[in-house]
Design a protein around this ligand. Structure first.
Ligand code: HEC
Ligand code: HEC
Ligand code: HEC
Ligand code: HEC
Length: 156
């Protein structure tokens, strides 16, 4: 048939396309990890790998079950929304085994991390120029860390 007289280039093109597709599938099979797509558009095995990481933070609910007295003091003050481990650092090991004592905190370092006067903080956020404000005394001399108004004359 005259229509297919010069059709050789079509078959060559189709063959080239087929070889390209097979090469792509081959390379793809080699590089895409086995568990990809098991649950969604990611590597399914990644879930088990991430879950195997050690836990560092216990979460405030854990702290509150054993330190209800601290929680009681904290909840009526301005630090009610500041989580235990935001100040005490990751303590999952202590929560699992209380005989592992948490490190003592140094308020001269801790408190200014959030309260040092800085133009970058929101205006309404309580901040102080620590040296003038505390006269070199540790912050907890005048502020109970869990309820900072206590000790500074503003006890609630
Ligand atoms: C299973 C109970 C338990 C859990 C959970 C727990 N603790 Fe403790 N914690 C204790 C015990 C018991 C002590 C030692 C006795 C004490 O000083 O109250 C202690 C001591 C501490 C101390 C030192 C007290 C001191 O006198 O120096 C800090 C700080 C502390 N815990 C913070 C935390 C934080 C923060 C969490 C949450 C991440 C937490 N704990 C979770 C039982 C627990
Ligand atoms: C704003 C920072 C801050 C937060 C939030 C905070 N703490 Fe503390 N906590 C301190 C400081 C500072 C001390 C005194 C120094 C030390 O013991 O390391 C302290 C001391 C403690 C102590 C020793 C005994 C005592 O009452 O002084 C325990 C127990 C404790 N914290 C538990 C907790 C728990 C549980 C939470 C959460 C419910 C919590 N803390 C939240 C800063 C904080
Ligand atoms: C992780 C950040 C963080 C740390 C660390 C921290 N605070 Fe605070 N503090 C806050 C937040 C948040 C508030 C509540 C601010 C608000 O509601 O406007 C607050 C409120 C206060 C207030 C109340 C101010 C007022 O207007 O009555 C005082 C005082 C205070 N903190 C002192 C301290 C002292 C002392 C320490 C160290 C023991 C400390 N803070 C550590 C976050 C922090
Ligand atoms: C000699 C006692 C004393 C010491 C030490 C001290 N404070 Fe205060 N602080 C006060 C008093 C008093 C107030 C005012 C009380 C109030 O408004 O409830 C205050 C208020 C604050 C406020 C609230 C400021 C505002 O604009 O609302 C912050 C934040 C604060 N102090 C942080 C600290 C930090 C951080 C340290 C340690 C570097 C510290 N204080 C040490 C006595 C002290």
């Amino acid at each position: 048939m005259s229509v297919f007289k010069d059709s050789g280039h079509l078959f060559r093109l189709a063959a080239l396309y087929a070889v390209g597709t097979l090469t792509f599938l081959g390379i793809r099979a080699f590089f895409v990890p086995r568990s990809f797509g098991q649950y969604g558009h990611y590597r399914g095995a990644a879930i088990a790998e991430i879950a195997a990481h050690p836990v560092h933070y216990a979460g405030h609910q854990a702290c509150e079950t054993c330190h209800a007295d601290v929680q009681e003091m904290k909840r009526s003050g301005m630090h009610a929304q500041v989580n235990c481990e935001a100040c005490h650092g990751p303590l999952a090991k202590h929560a699992d085994d209380p005989s592992i004592q948490p490190a003592k905190l140094d308020t001269a370092v801790l408190c200014v991390r959030c309260h040092a006067a800085s133009a970058a903080r929101p205006k309404g956020f309580p901040q102080v120029a620590a040296v003038d404000h505390s006269n070199g005394l540790p912050c907890e001399t005048c502020h109970q860390p869990h309820n900072p108004a206590i000790g500074a004359g503003g006890a609630k």
